[in-house]
Design a protein around this ligand. Structure first.
Ligand code: DQA
Length: 144
Protein backbone atom coordinates (compact mmCIF):
# COMPACT_ATOMS: atom_id res chain seq x y z
CA UNK A 1 0.00 0.00 0.00
CA UNK A 2 1.49 3.33 -1.10
CA UNK A 3 0.67 6.20 1.25
CA UNK A 4 1.41 9.88 0.79
CA UNK A 5 1.69 11.83 4.06
CA UNK A 6 1.05 15.45 3.12
CA UNK A 7 1.81 18.17 5.65
CA UNK A 8 0.73 21.69 4.82
CA UNK A 9 1.38 25.25 5.74
CA UNK A 10 3.67 26.06 8.70
CA UNK A 11 4.32 22.43 9.58
CA UNK A 12 7.93 22.97 8.48
CA UNK A 13 8.17 25.25 11.55
CA UNK A 14 7.56 22.44 14.06
CA UNK A 15 9.97 22.85 16.95
CA UNK A 16 9.64 26.64 16.73
CA UNK A 17 5.86 26.80 17.08
CA UNK A 18 3.92 26.71 20.36
CA UNK A 19 5.35 23.67 22.17
CA UNK A 20 2.15 23.30 24.17
CA UNK A 21 0.18 22.52 21.03
CA UNK A 22 2.80 21.05 18.72
CA UNK A 23 5.64 19.69 20.87
CA UNK A 24 9.31 20.62 20.58
CA UNK A 25 10.46 18.25 17.83
CA UNK A 26 11.01 19.23 14.20
CA UNK A 27 9.33 18.17 10.97
CA UNK A 28 12.45 16.15 10.18
CA UNK A 29 12.00 14.30 13.51
CA UNK A 30 8.35 13.68 12.64
CA UNK A 31 9.16 12.34 9.18
CA UNK A 32 11.90 10.09 10.60
CA UNK A 33 9.34 8.60 12.98
CA UNK A 34 6.77 8.20 10.22
CA UNK A 35 9.23 6.29 8.01
CA UNK A 36 10.12 4.01 10.97
CA UNK A 37 6.43 3.28 11.67
CA UNK A 38 5.84 2.63 7.97
CA UNK A 39 8.63 0.05 7.98
CA UNK A 40 7.08 -1.73 10.97
CA UNK A 41 3.65 -1.74 9.35
CA UNK A 42 5.05 -2.74 5.95
CA UNK A 43 3.64 0.35 4.28
CA UNK A 44 5.30 2.29 1.50
CA UNK A 45 5.19 5.91 2.66
CA UNK A 46 6.27 9.18 1.08
CA UNK A 47 6.26 12.36 3.20
CA UNK A 48 5.87 15.77 1.60
CA UNK A 49 5.39 19.28 2.99
CA UNK A 50 4.74 22.66 1.42
CA UNK A 51 3.76 26.18 2.47
CA UNK A 52 2.11 26.85 -0.91
CA UNK A 53 -1.54 25.97 -1.32
CA UNK A 54 -1.25 25.40 -5.08
CA UNK A 55 1.63 22.99 -4.52
CA UNK A 56 -0.45 21.08 -1.96
CA UNK A 57 -3.17 20.85 -4.62
CA UNK A 58 -0.50 19.54 -7.04
CA UNK A 59 0.49 16.89 -4.46
CA UNK A 60 -3.16 15.79 -4.30
CA UNK A 61 -3.41 15.65 -8.09
CA UNK A 62 -0.23 13.55 -8.28
CA UNK A 63 -1.57 11.22 -5.58
CA UNK A 64 -4.46 10.24 -7.88
CA UNK A 65 -1.94 8.22 -9.92
CA UNK A 66 0.73 7.37 -7.36
CA UNK A 67 -0.91 6.72 -3.96
CA UNK A 68 -3.40 4.18 -2.62
CA UNK A 69 -4.16 6.10 0.57
CA UNK A 70 -3.46 9.49 2.14
CA UNK A 71 -2.63 10.93 5.55
CA UNK A 72 -3.38 14.66 5.45
CA UNK A 73 -2.52 17.48 7.81
CA UNK A 74 -3.16 20.61 5.75
CA UNK A 75 -2.49 22.89 8.77
CA UNK A 76 -4.61 26.07 8.73
CA UNK A 77 -5.83 25.28 5.18
CA UNK A 78 -7.94 22.58 6.83
CA UNK A 79 -10.28 25.27 8.04
CA UNK A 80 -10.95 27.21 4.84
CA UNK A 81 -9.38 25.85 1.64
CA UNK A 82 -12.19 24.70 -0.61
CA UNK A 83 -9.54 24.30 -3.34
CA UNK A 84 -7.95 21.52 -1.28
CA UNK A 85 -11.32 19.86 -0.75
CA UNK A 86 -12.05 20.00 -4.49
CA UNK A 87 -8.61 18.55 -5.29
CA UNK A 88 -9.15 15.68 -2.85
CA UNK A 89 -12.67 14.82 -4.03
CA UNK A 90 -11.66 12.54 -6.96
CA UNK A 91 -9.28 10.49 -4.77
CA UNK A 92 -10.83 7.03 -4.42
CA UNK A 93 -8.67 5.53 -1.64
CA UNK A 94 -8.97 5.98 2.12
CA UNK A 95 -7.91 9.31 3.62
CA UNK A 96 -7.08 9.98 7.28
CA UNK A 97 -6.97 13.56 8.58
CA UNK A 98 -4.41 14.24 11.31
CA UNK A 99 -3.84 17.22 13.58
CA UNK A 100 -1.10 17.35 16.18
CA UNK A 101 -3.15 19.59 18.44
CA UNK A 102 -6.65 19.17 19.81
CA UNK A 103 -8.32 21.34 17.17
CA UNK A 104 -11.79 20.78 18.67
CA UNK A 105 -10.66 22.13 22.03
CA UNK A 106 -9.05 25.32 20.70
CA UNK A 107 -10.51 28.36 18.92
CA UNK A 108 -13.95 27.97 17.32
CA UNK A 109 -12.58 28.44 13.78
CA UNK A 110 -10.33 25.39 14.12
CA UNK A 111 -13.36 23.09 14.50
CA UNK A 112 -14.32 23.57 10.85
CA UNK A 113 -12.73 21.12 8.41
CA UNK A 114 -13.09 21.28 4.64
CA UNK A 115 -12.28 17.55 4.55
CA UNK A 116 -15.55 16.60 6.25
CA UNK A 117 -17.23 13.66 4.53
CA UNK A 118 -14.13 12.80 2.47
CA UNK A 119 -12.16 11.02 5.19
CA UNK A 120 -12.21 7.48 6.62
CA UNK A 121 -10.85 8.73 9.94
CA UNK A 122 -9.58 11.70 11.88
CA UNK A 123 -6.98 11.84 14.67
CA UNK A 124 -6.45 15.08 16.60
CA UNK A 125 -4.64 16.04 19.79
CA UNK A 126 -2.29 13.05 19.87
CA UNK A 127 0.90 14.83 18.78
CA UNK A 128 3.28 12.82 16.57
CA UNK A 129 1.57 9.61 17.65
CA UNK A 130 -1.49 10.71 15.66
CA UNK A 131 0.42 9.88 12.48
CA UNK A 132 1.22 6.39 13.79
CA UNK A 133 -2.46 5.91 14.58
CA UNK A 134 -3.42 7.09 11.09
CA UNK A 135 -0.97 4.64 9.47
CA UNK A 136 -2.33 1.91 11.76
CA UNK A 137 -5.89 2.63 10.60
CA UNK A 138 -4.79 2.36 6.97
CA UNK A 139 -2.83 -0.86 7.63
CA UNK A 140 -5.96 -2.36 9.24
CA UNK A 141 -8.08 -1.44 6.23
CA UNK A 142 -5.53 -3.09 3.95
CA UNK A 143 -5.96 -6.33 5.94
CA UNK A 144 -9.78 -6.12 5.97
C1 DQA B 1 -2.82 21.83 12.91
C2 DQA B 1 -3.99 22.59 13.51
C3 DQA B 1 -4.33 23.81 12.67
O1 DQA B 1 -5.43 24.49 13.25
C4 DQA B 1 -3.15 24.75 12.62
O2 DQA B 1 -3.46 25.85 11.80
C5 DQA B 1 -1.89 24.08 12.21
C6 DQA B 1 -1.61 22.73 12.68
C7 DQA B 1 -2.36 20.69 13.84
O3 DQA B 1 -1.63 19.83 13.37
O4 DQA B 1 -2.71 20.69 15.01
O5 DQA B 1 -1.03 24.69 11.56
O6 DQA B 1 -3.22 21.26 11.68
Amino acid sequence: MRIDVLNGVNLDQLGRRDHGHYGSDSLRDLETQIYAWALELELQVRCRQTNHEGEYVDFLHAALDTADALVLNPGAWTHYSWAIRDALEPFAGPVVEVHLSDVDGREEWRRMTVLEGLTAGRVAGQGFDGYRQALGLLAERRRA
